[in-house]
Design a protein around this ligand. Structure first.
Ligand SMILES: [Zn+2]
Length: 455
């Protein structure tokens, strides 16, 4: 197996991927909080970790990919109240939308998509263990994690304990022993329509403990890769890491892999900022192929801006691959001289999952193949398909196979255009070219003769 390195947030270093169980990689990535339709920014971790899984599978690993759904959360209570519907109903509806919207990406589903609501027993057990070990305390029906009881706190986000703010505002401030402590369980309050019984009183879990419990329930402690957006490093992931390690004396995950934000006009795309493009709208506008190409063109760790220019570029990339797809010869092998580009593609992905470098290798391959075809060499697409499969764009080649190419009428127009050109009747040839354009075909004149390429 190829050596794979990943940038690990905790150590700040590129670390080799060394799975807990040889040959098997387990990934947990934080999914959305379902209080509205997801936007393009929410879709990025889904795309990044789905593609990462495909790469690992290509490398021969068995992969278990878990992406949770946060369906119990303050934001859901607030949104449900504003909409005048029960919070469970809102969460259920938005979870269904999330599944539909991400289905539109054509990346398949994660192996498990746990719901917080369905993990309450595990969450309560984990909180009980933290209380028993002296890392948490119950007060007036709330339970808080005692941050000062866990000296490694801050190691993931590299923050100084005294400069942290849990972002819980005034909620529970009077009950906390230390402002740094954060909620594991929140006592039921007037107006909240969802709650569960627990030894310390009726209430509901805090967000961070939900993920610790869901990840542990499905992957065990010490799984391979914990992922999510870089905006989750603190406090969400810092708290997940602290809870699990404090409870079990063992780190939650071996590697922490964070994707950068999607930005719009220089700002993080976020519902709270109000600068969002919804995923299902982006899919309807640009199509899933261009959207996947758009994401793959950016390094997962870097912010990526959502702009018309970037999307058009992605659409052009997709078009170039489709066009080459139609020129490939299914009976021919991929030329040996292009093999280093294919190898470069996989080497780039093994180096901290560098999809832009990998994508560049795809286009070098496309250029090389076009050049060979122009010079009359038949080119097979096996290598291209292998690369595109990992990027979930191999369908671009199927479209070329399946679309059956130009029909009889188009082929006849092309033949008449050739005859007109041979007779040097360029006005007639141009008119025939326009007729072909009206049918959706562009004539490309190459060394191997003219061919029809969809417009
Ligand atoms: Zn999470």
């Amino acid at each position: 197996m190829r050596a794979i390195t990943i940038h690990d947030t905790r150590s700040g270093a590129l670390l080799p991927l060394q799975p807990r169980d040889p040959g098997r990689v387990s990934i947990y990535a934080c999914g959305p909080t379902v209080y509205g339709r997801i936007h393009v920014g929410n879709a990025r971790p889904f795309v990044v970790f789905s593609l990462f899984k495909r790469f690992l599978q290509h490398e021969g690993y068995e992969v278990t990919f878990v992406a949770n759904v946060t369906d119990v959360n303050d934001k859901i209570y607030d949104a449900a109240r504003a909409a005048g519907i029960p919070s469970e109903q809102l969460a259920t509806e938005m979870t269904a939308h999330y599944v539909d919207d991400t289905d539109g990406l054509g990346l398949g589903r994660p192996d498990h998509e746990p719901l917080a609501r369905a993990t309450i027993a595990e969450i309560v057990a984990l909180i009980a263990l933290l209380i028993e070990r002296g890392h948490a305390y119950a007060v007036d029906g709330d339970v808080y994690f005692d941050v000062r009881s866990y000296p490694q706190y801050g190691e993931l986000s590299h923050r100084d304990v005294d400069q942290m703010d849990q972002g819980e505002g005034v909620s529970g401030a009077a009950l906390k022993r230390d402002p740094l402590d954060f909620a594991l369980w929140k006592a039921w309050k007037e107006g909240e329509d969802t709650s569960w019984d627990a030894p310390w009183g009726r209430g509901r879990p805090g967000w961070h403990i939900e993920c610790s419990a869901m990840a542990e329930a499905l992957l065990g402690v010490g799984f391979d890769v914990h992922g999510g957006g870089s905006d989750l490093v603190f406090p969400h992931h810092e708290n997940e890491a602290a809870q699990t390690c404090a409870a079990h004396g063992e780190p939650l995950a071996r590697l922490w892999m964070h994707n950068g934000m999607v930005r719009l006009d220089g700002e993080k795309m976020a519902k709270s900022v109000g600068n969002i493009f919804l995923l299902h709208e982006a899919l309807a506008t640009h199509g899933r192929d261009a959207l996947i190409a758009y994401f793959a063109a950016g390094h997962y760790r870097q912010p990526i801006s959502y702009s018309g220019e970037r999307l058009e570029e992605a659409e052009r990339s997709v078009q170039r691959i489709r066009e080459l797809g139609r020129r490939l010869d299914p009976t021919a092998p991929s030329p040996a001289e292009l093999t280093p580009l294919r190898d470069g593609f996989f080497a780039a992905l093994a180096d901290d999952f560098n999809t832009p470098r990998a994508f560049a290798a795809v286009f070098d391959w496309v250029r090389g193949a076009n050049r060979l075809i122009e010079s009359g060499t038949a080119v097979g697409g096996e290598q291209l398909r292998e690369m595109l499969q990992v990027l979930a764009l191999d369908n671009l080649l199927d479209a070329a196979d399946g679309a059956a190419g130009p029909d009889e009428a188009a082929r006849e127009l092309l033949a008449r255009r050739e005859a007109a050109r041979a007779a040097r009747d360029f006005a007639a040839a141009d008119a025939l070219r326009d007729e072909l354009a009206a049918l959706g075909w562009t004539v490309r004149d190459g060394a191997a003769g003219p061919e029809l390429v969809p417009r």
